[in-house]
Ligand binder design. Sequence first.
Ligand code: MG
Ligand code: MG
Length: 630
Amino acid sequence: MKTSIATVSLSGDLEEKLTAIAAAGYDGVEIFENDFLTFDGGPRDVGRMIGDLGLTCVAFQPFRDFEGMPDAERARTFARAERKFDIMEELGTKLMLVCSNVSPASLGGIDRAADDFRELGERAKKRGLTVGFEALAWGRHISDHRDAWEVVRRADHPNIGLILDSYHTIARGVPVDSIRSIPGDRIVLVQIADAPQVDMDLLQLSRHFRCMPGQGDLPLVGFMQALDATGYDGMLSLEIFNDQFRAGSARQVATDGKRGLLHLTDQVSRSTTNPKRRKPTMPARPAGLGVEFIEFAVDEDTADELTALLAGLSFHLAGTHRSKSVELWRQGDVNLVVNTDKEGFAHSSYVVHGPSVCAMALKVSDVAGAIERAEALLVPSFTEAVGPGELKIPAIRGVGGSLIYFVEPQGLLADIWSVDFDLTGATEPSTDGIGLTRVDHLAQSMSYEEMLSALLTYTALLDLDKAPQVDITDPGGLVQSQALQAADGAVRLVLNSSQSAKTQSGRFRSEFFGSGTQHIAFATDNIFETVRRMKAHGLAPLPISDNYYDDVDVRFGLDPALVADLRDHDVLYDRDGDGEYFQIYTRTFADRFFFEIVQRKAYQGFGAANAPVRLAAQARSAPEPTMPRR
Ligand code: MG
Ligand code: MG
């Protein structure tokens, strides 16, 4: 598969864009006319820059309002096209993209349009150029690729071909299977874009919210399967209009796009019935089997504060690292690593972020496969020097520079604890603690652009499904929340982002100097018993307002005894069909992160409806600064 990206997809000036595109490993680039017009240099300079970077110029685009103009304007339209051909010759590209006419002056008529393209084809032929026709979803007379194909078919000229764009086809609801009857050798370019499934004007959605394959909700695999049937094996080119991307890091966005295309073609090669195409180039996505541990980077003072909180939650000190200043705190299947070592990754993370979650370890079905797949998807891996006899746990870079380690149920990486830790002489668990059984989910805060990036990385790498994105009202603004989970719920991640610096998620990022894990939820099988035991240890859950329980009562029509229990224990409640969800929160630790304890009864969500109540309760019980601000 050859890949390309349109310059309009990235931020920066033309040189920055091209450099980022080359660095991400694309084969080609579509030059968007505006990027050329604002460039301080001629078309030959641009062509030379493209060549020097090892790229090819796939197309010059867009040429607008061409077909079906009335006679009075027709000659001028062709003169305009000739001038673009001049530029293309100097630029060194063979393909002009013509998008369907949106001008109120245009007359429509398939044959009239075909005549115009036949004449344009003749002019292009004299120069050895090709013209591709793309139906815009909001074209005046042609807004469907089936009509664009009919124009191309009737133009019947070797220098005229069809351009498909996944966005225009899918967003407009044109059946993708109609692509299967188009001959692949008449398709001159295929543009790929994803988009969120939101009820919005198609033009606005397209101009501002397109996103990389895998970041949105469009059924791109079906589009690609239909394309596969045509035999097309030309460029797949990203054309992503997105305001965030145009304000973000060109390198990051270019890499995300490449990763999205790699993941998409991997999905297609695994689902195709065509044996010739069934050639996956990377191992399958490993299953996420659980969260093995979460690691905190702290100094001595904050370690005391953190371990006091953990002790209050009935975690016990289960072991100490053989060579580093690192403790393992445990309850049920929850392993928390408290790292105060003065060297290594955790320490550098502490120096940058202060007390923080610097790493998590996921148990996956195949660690070697995960690492190989990460490399194929351009996800940076990480290795740290280890002491003699200690385990090297493979890792990749996660959100905000944190690490994601991988362990597996069998083999060397099955028992990391007895190798690296001294588990003798630690305090014995007095009871079964307060009933915490496992990590239910981790919630991470980041910018919207990072959220799209993390969403793609997690789902491309691991077998996680994404839930629909939900908006949460924070007293300081809106928070977008995106959940990812393994089918059986063994791994659950929640990605939160906010444009507003005043939301908890936004404040977290500015005070924390970056993105990262903001809360960790543990699972219990009996929330009320957990709260009772917590209180016996002198730790009360975050207090919830009385009004909330009056509302819960009315909303769900619950047994009064249950409502009274919820109220007495400060437990939040949600329901989803027959599923029930119970949640409590600790106060915020070090003004940065907090713990949640949940009980699920056949419930798949994360209590999004309760988030505003929790956020308001946290704002009310504003944590006293218990440590010096960094
Ligand atoms: Mg397009
Ligand atoms: Mg939560």
